[in-house]
Design a protein around this ligand. Structure first.
Ligand code: URA
Length: 237
């Protein structure tokens, strides 16, 4: 459910104050009944909202949470390899938010919401990303402090503080707050370990659902979308 004035503003009907005017003048109907107040809640998937009798089309934004398998590239098009777009329902303007390497698995958001994607990828916003990495040898206690301080991975700047949790069987959890090219692999390489398997478990408030099989996707639940909007600095109602 969303506030009527927010729904109308998002749909491009006018600014919030313009749509409030329209509501006051009884020019907006919800399921045929003139809307009583701007703050009333509407269900954009079920209610018919009209301006002067003309139904308002929603922006048609979709958000898929994909469990990316290895072997797919995070791109809209590729000449050599299958892309993650083959794993979500077809739709215009869909694209992956950020990239996972071809051999990386795990959580990938695919949407047509450019504004949200832009904000989530902005270096200013530092949306946390947590990865499960399996290494060629165990990570060490001192890697925890190295990653906390930042490491030189050959870029102009050292990496931002990242948190490392050591796990059995040469595995580790790494949470980073930026998204540089091959960042996790390069960070481990900088401390003498190679990543042999990598899976993204979370991005900001989104977590890879345990029951979402590799190669499967589902639409975000409203509460997941709400949390994501907040993480991106967008208000929801
Ligand atoms: N870091 C990497 O090295 N690879 C990924 O796919 C994601 C983060």
């Amino acid at each position: 459910m969303i506030r009527l004035d927010k729904f109308l503003a998002d749909a491009g009907v006018g600014t919030r104050s313009e749509v409030k005017q329209l509501i006051r003048k009884k020019q907006i109907t919800v399921n045929g009944v003139p809307a009583a107040k701007p703050e009333m809640k509407v269900d954009e998937t079920a209610d018919t909202i009209a301006v002067n009798g003309k139904p308002v089309l929603t922006r048609g934004l979709v958000y898929y949470l994909l469990h990316k398998p290895a072997g797919y590239v995070s791109a809209v098009k590729d000449n050599l390899f299958p892309t993650v777009m083959e794993l979500v329902p077809p739709g215009d303007d869909l694209f992956p938010v950020g990239r996972l390497d071809k051999d990386t698995e795990g959580l990938l958001l695919i949407t047509n919401d450019g504004d949200l994607a832009h904000r989530l990828l902005s270096p200013r916003r530092h949306v946390d990303k947590t990865y499960l990495a399996r290494l060629d040898k165990p990570a060490e206690e001192e890697d925890i402090s190295r990653f906390k301080e930042g490491v030189d991975i050959g870029d102009e700047d050292i990496t931002l503080p990242a948190s490392l949790v050591l796990l059995p069987e040469n595995e580790a959890l790494l949470t980073i707050h930026e998204g540089r090219f091959h960042q996790v692999k390069r960070m481990f390489h900088s401390v003498g370990k190679e990543v042999v398997y990598l899976k993204r478990l979370s991005m900001g408030p989104l977590e890879l659902p345990g029951d979402l099989g590799k190669g499967s996707c589902r639409e975000l639940f409203p509460e997941e979308l709400r949390a994501l909007y907040l993480a991106a600095g967008l208000t929801v109602d």
